[in-house]
Design a binder for this molecule. Structure first.
Ligand SMILES: [Fe+2]
Ligand SMILES: [Fe+2]
Length: 182
């Protein structure tokens, strides 16, 4: 896992949309928490969490930071398109089989624009959303998006989740952020 993080970090540092290293740290933590209660495949899901946004490294800055809805959509589409090649490269280096690499890629490309039925795919989407509410991620992201915490809280408070575990963790985090800012 450490090796995957080391190989992924340079890609995450190239992203401009927000602090993607901080974000990914949060998604990894969220995934670890979810996997304590939910039945996901750790061997596949931990790398999926670390690698899910590496595709942003190749998305043009002007799309990533644009406030235009179409640009934003294009940026999200592209970050999914660029991900498989980078994931294959990194996971081959750490010795994963073709089969496992393909599983990771399938989960990663399903984390936007889809409403998957498979638990593994749902867990990555839940971890991705959940991370935004963690303390460090919440305040760093709010700054990245030029929002004051109260505004940011109101955007995030209606987030939806697939798993019960994510809902429970989310409610706890939401209460903690509310205590800090109101
Ligand atoms: Fe993403
Ligand atoms: Fe993400």
């Amino acid at each position: 896992m450490n090796q995957i993080w080391i190989l992924a970090k340079p890609y995450l540092e190239k992203a401009t949309k927000k602090d993607m290293v901080v974000h990914t740290k949060g998604v990894l933590l969220a995934m670890t928490m979810l996997l304590k209660k939910e039945n996901g495949d750790k061997v596949i899901l931990i790398p999926s969490a670390i690698l899910h946004d590496v595709g942003f490294s190749k998305v043009p800055k002007k799309l990533q930071t644009s406030i235009d809805e179409e640009d934003r959509k294009k940026s999200l589409k592209l970050h999914l398109e660029y991900a498989p090649k980078i994931i294959e490269e990194i996971m081959t280096k750490v010795g994963y089989s073709k089969d496992d690499i393909n599983k990771i890629i399938e989960i990663v490309i399903a984390h936007k624009f889809q409403d998957p039925q498979e638990l593994d795919k749902q867990l990555l989407i839940d971890a991705d959303t959940l991370a935004d509410l963690f303390k460090e991620q919440f305040y760093v992201n709010a700054k990245d998006y030029n929002k004051i915490p109260q505004e940011f809280y109101n955007i995030r408070k209606d987030n939806k989740f697939y798993t019960k575990t994510a809902k429970i963790i989310f409610n706890t985090e939401l209460k903690n952020r509310a205590k800090e800012i109101f």
